[in-house]
Every structure is written in structure tokens, then in C-alpha cells.
Design a protein around this ligand. Structure first.
Ligand code: TPP
Length: 303
């Protein structure tokens, strides 16, 4: 794997192998599950959907220094689908921004780790989000700022596909292309489920309402790439392509499964946000622990 974004002082850690990135993603999923269980509240489907990409970003692609969260030349990351905050916090904890133990304070009064990201509270959070549709616009501002200052950092923004229904996203897409922001990358977590499935329009069934995301982003002047958002090889290859500028902003459409990694949560909108009881946590962790990262061992296999 090509080391990405490493500066002279080596502020990106030794780049893990693909297999190690899979292990990190599995650890992110574990921490998401245990934190939501402990808090008695929180989102599950979206953070589990994003875990592989968060691992790839924070442990391979982003140029950053956990000891200096405000380092001006760091790559910037905005979790526009801010309800997936616990996925970001788990990643930041593993990357050294906050103690892993602090995840036990998730969503508690007074904690630095609130239910939605707060840039004034949590080291490593570059933008406060939670109201859907609003993360790409500040990303555009950061990318324009980098161009104006001649800075080399990139700005990455992760959006949900349900979030793509928000009009502000399309305003930001339009402006980014107009200013040729080839230092801006939007990752769309395309798991085809929002909070409560989609309305049923008779014969049309329950369909993702923003049809042809790729065609629309391309029509707005973006370069469009796509990958399986759970295949670490494909994620790394595609994100690597996204970091090679061609004069346009880049949208990566990542095909994902909501609740990925826990069979009874996968594709089940009921697990968008729901407290986890002890039994569900145990079952979920057993499944995660049985995954090698490549594939789950056959049922009944000893470990
Ligand atoms: C403006 C706004 N409207 C509604 C909500 C409530 N809400 C939180 S998550 C969510 C669904 C998001 O779906 P999607 O963007 O597809 O995210 P993912 O499936 O990855 O969780 C909604 C409607 C919100 N946070 N912001």
C-alpha cells in the first residue's frame, strides 16, 4: 500500500496493512456497540455502515497529528451525517485523540462526547454537525480557504444518502464545482436506508428517493467514483483515486449496508437508533468477534 499524505515529520502513523485496517474497523464496530449499550441510547445503523471507511480515512488517508488537533495543515474531516458521531468518536479514540475509556461517557451530561459532534468540545472534530444537509457547505469553505492560502490539506466530508434529500447539499455541490475544488472529497454512505425506510408509493415500492446519485453529482460537475464501502481493498483503491486531483471535486459513492457487521441489524431500519440490551449486545459482539475481517468463520467453528 502506498503511504498517503505523510509529511516530513511523519505525522501519519505507519500505514497499516489492509488486514490491519479491517481489524481496526472491527474494533470501531465493537466500541460503537459497547458505547451505545452503556449509554442506553444512540445510533447504530449509520456508524456500523461507515466503520470501514472511517478506519481507512483515519488510519491511512488523513494527514493529521492527534497531538495537535488544531494543526492548520491537517486534512479536515466533516461527518455531515452527524448522528453517526459514536463511529467518529470510536475512531478518534483508537487514533489517540481521546482516551478509549472516555467512550463510556458517550451521550452523558457534561461529556465531551455528545450524541452529535461538537467541534468546541471534542479534540479532532473539525465541524459541529447533526442537522442533516449542512456539512458539505463548510467543507466547501474549508476547501476554498485552502486554495486561497495555498495550503495543501484536503477536506473530506461524509454524507448519508438520506441526507442527500436536503437542498443545501446540492447548493454546496454546485458551488464546489464552480470553484473547481479538487481538494474536496465527498464520501456518500449509500446504504439505501434512512431513519424509517422510505414512504411506499404504491407499485413503486420502497425506493431510495434521490434516484441516480452518480449521474446527478456528475451533472453538477463532480468527478464520481464508486466502491463497495465494506471492501477494504476497494475503499483504499477508490480513496486513493479520489486524492489524485483532476480539477474537479470528487464524490465517492460507497455502496454500504446499514448496520453492517451484525446480522440482525443489517438492512433493518429499526436499528437506526435504539438502545441495546445486554442480550443483543452479547449476540452482536459474538458476531463481530467471529469476523476475521475477510469473512466470518463457518457457524460453529472454534476460535
Ligand atoms: C435536518 C434534519 N432532519 C432530520 C433529522 C433526523 N434524522 C437523523 S438521522 C436521519 C436519517 C439519516 O439517514 P441517512 O442520511 O441515510 O444516514 P444513515 O443511513 O447513514 O444513518 C434523520 C432523518 C436530522 N438529524 N436533521
Amino acid at each position: 500500500m502506498r503511504p498517503a499524505g505523510r509529511d516530513a515529520e511523519g505525522r501519519v502513523p505507519a500505514t497499516p496493512s489492509i488486514e490491519e485496517l479491517r481489524t481496526i474497523a472491527r474494533e470501531i464496530r465493537r466500541l460503537v456497540l459497547t458505547s451505545v449499550h452503556h449509554a442506553g441510547a444512540g445510533h447504530l445503523g449509520g456508524p456500523l455502515s461507515a466503520a470501514d471507511m472511517l478506519a481507512a480515512l483515519y488510519f491511512h488517508f488523513l494527514r493529521l497529528d492527534p497531538a495537535r488537533p488544531d494543526w492548520p495543515d491537517r486534512d479536515h474531516f466533516i461527518l455531515s451525517k452527524g448522528h453517526s458521531a459514536i463511529g467518529l468518536y470510536a475512531t478518534l479514540a483508537l487514533r489517540g485523540y481521546v482516551p478509549v475509556d472516555e467512550l463510556r461517557t458517550f451521550d452523558a451530561i457534561g461529556s465531551r462526547l455528545q450524541g452529535h459532534p461538537d467541534m468546541t468540545a471534542t479534540p479532532g472534530v473539525d465541524m459541529s454537525t447533526g442537522s442533516l444537509g449542512q456539512g458539505l457547505s463548510p467543507g466547501v469553505g474549508m476547501a476554498i480557504g485552502a486554495k486561497l492560502k495555498g495550503a495543501s490539506f484536503r477536506t473530506w466530508v461524509m454524507l448519508g444518502d438520506g441526507e442527500m434529500q436536503e437542498g443545501q447539499v446540492w447548493e454546496a455541490l454546485e458551488v464546489a464545482a464552480r470553484y473547481r475544488l479538487d481538494n474536496l472529497i465527498a464520501v456518500i454512505d449509500h446504504n439505501r436506508l434512512p431513519q424509517y425506510t422510505w414512504p411506499d408509493f404504491g407499485q413503486r415500492g420502497r425506493e431510495f428517493p434521490v434516484q441516480n446519485l452518480a449521474g446527478k453529482c456528475a451533472a453538477f460537475g463532480w468527478r464520481v467514483l464508486a466502491c463497495d464501502g465494506h471492501d477494504m481493498d476497494a475503499i483504499v483503491r477508490t480513496f486513493d483515486g479520489a486524492t489524485r486531483p483532476d480539477g474537479r471535486p470528487t464524490a465517492v459513492i460507497a455502496h454500504t449496508v446499514k448496520g453492517k457487521g451484525v446480522s440482525f441489524m443489517e438492512g433493518a431500519f429499526a436499528w437506526h437508533a435504539k438502545p441495546l440490551d445486554d442480550e443483543a449486545l452479547t449476540r452482536a459482539l459474538e458476531e463481530i468477534d467471529a469476523q476475521t475481517g475477510l469473512s466470518a468463520p463457518p457457524a460453529g467453528a472454534s476460535r
